[in-house]
Design a protein around this ligand. Structure first.
Ligand SMILES: C[S@@+](CC[C@H](N)C(=O)[O-])C[C@H]1O[C@@H](n2cnc3c(N)ncnc32)[C@H](O)[C@@H]1O
Length: 409
């Protein structure tokens, strides 16, 4: 043990970031130590907070040799203990590269071994790092919107959230929701429309009273939505206007959605109106609307997204299928975009992709582990990955979004 260190302190050299955003280093004994808040190339003094035989977790006490991309996290709520935005200590322009390294590392370590080492992983350009999120789910502390504290169930009512779009941040700051347990604030950055979706109910528990919100914010209860009330807002992306219902998925914000569409275009290569496109996990119709093919087929499980997609794709000749991808009867396609939730495609999703006979596929992944697994399953199904582009949809957080280009081999 180094002199000057107590029994739970160590000085370590950080090797890399891993999935989840923590830094990995080795203790002098060889044991792996995971260190949230450290960066590759740094020498840090840490305190062990959880010791297991094969791996420990530690907190940074002091950065002895900082990374050239280290910055002071600007968010005051992070300093107050907020558990969000855990990559603020890295300069925003460096974040896409750090995330690309996480993907490279995960591919290199895949059980299927070196087969994936040759896939080129590139980092897309950095997107605006602040005021980008147009959907933010909050807990409620008293009547104020709150986030969970770091590694804790405790709630922290926040004065501001600097990654939230200003239209959303105003509701987080000034909204009051007596009796609510959870509130999802949503906005169309380019239309100014706003929704606050309150769970369990606007008129909920005993202490419930009317919500107080900035002018123009529509407040709707989850119980009302379940009873059939409809509520939506609109957003504009790449010149298209989208209706997005209270419970329909949408990307992190319009700039992120445009960057993702551009990456999907690069992954698919040339397409024209006659190209047969299948948009799996199609949501409200983002890719089917923007990619510009005639008569796209969209497959989506959520009723509210399907209803939106039918409106958003009016006039394109689209077929909108309400089904899980696993139960869908595949139709033939030239190209497929597949944008599943965190769980990824899995075997059944990959079978559906392969059954279309598509020559080219763009796989949009929001989870590194499922990305690596799906690239392996797709390889078994005859699809070779030709490149992966990281699109930094969630700057300042560890979340990795990536588009994999695949072609039938
Ligand atoms: C990451 S979102 C992508 C949505 C859309 N592609 C977009 O860009 O806005 C995933 C979508 O898949 C839908 N979904 C999740 N599991 C599904 C499944 N097994 N089959 C079909 N759709 C599913 C969700 O409702 C959600 O709309």
């Amino acid at each position: 043990m180094d002199p000057g260190l107590d029994s739970s302190e160590r000085v370590v050299d950080v090797e890399r970031l891993v999935t989840g955003g923590a830094a990995l280093a080795h203790e002098p004994t060889g044991r792996v130590v995971m260190i949230p808040g450290a960066l590759p190339g740094e020498r840090v003094r840490v305190r062990l907070v959880d010791e297991r035989p094969r791996m420990s977790t530690a907190a940074v006490e002091r950065v002895l040799e900082p990374s050239p991309v280290r910055v002071a996290p600007p968010c005051v709520e992070l300093a107050n203990g907020c558990g969000g935005c855990d990559l603020q200590h890295a300069a925003p322009p460096a974040q896409p590269g750090l995330k690309a390294d996480i993907v490279r590392d995960a591919l290199g370590r895949a059980v299927r071994g070196g087969r994936f080492d040759e896939i080129a992983v590139t980092a897309g350009e950095a997107l605006p790092p602040w005021r980008y999120r147009t959907t933010v789910r909050c807990a409620v502390d008293g009547d104020r919107l709150a986030f969970h504290e770091r590694r804790s169930d405790a709630l922290l009512a926040v004065g501001d959230c600097p990654v939230a779009h200003e239209l959303v941040a105003e509701v987080i700051r000034d909204g009051r929701f007596p009796g609510a347990e959870e509130v999802t604030v949503r906005a169309g950055a380019r239309t100014g429309e706003r929704l606050a979706v309150v769970s369990p109910s606007v008129g909920g528990g005993d202490e419930a009273g009317p919500a107080v919100v900035p002018e123009g914010v529509r407040v709707v209860g989850v119980d009302e939505l379940r009873a059939g009330r409809r509520a939506w807002f609109h957003e504009e992306v790449a010149g298209h206007r989208f209706r997005i219902s209270a419970q329909s998925f949408f990307q992190s914000g319009p700039e992120g959605a445009e960057a993702l569409v551009a990456a999907v275009r690069r992954a698919l290569g040339p397409i024209d109106p006659a190209t047969r496109l299948v948009d799996l996990y199609g949501g409200v119709g983002l890719f089917a609307a923007v990619l510009g093919t005639d008569r796209p087929v969209l497959v989506e499980r959520s009723a509210s997204s399907v209803a939106d997609a039918r409106v958003n794709l009016e006039g394109t000749g689209a077929t909108v299928v309400r089904s899980s991808v696993e139960r869908w009867r595949p139709s033939r396609a030239d190209v497929v975009v597949a944008d599943p939730a965190r769980a990824g495609l899995g075997r059944d999703g990959v079978s559906a992709v392969a059954a279309t006979g598509a020559a080219r596929v763009a796989l949009v992944s929001c989870d590194v582990a499922s990305l690596v697994r799906d690239v392996g399953l797709l390889a078994d199904a005859g699809y070779r990955a030709t490149g992966i582009e990281v699109v930094d949809m969630f700057p300042n957080t560890h979340h990795v979004e990536a588009v994999t280009a695949l072609e039938r081999s």
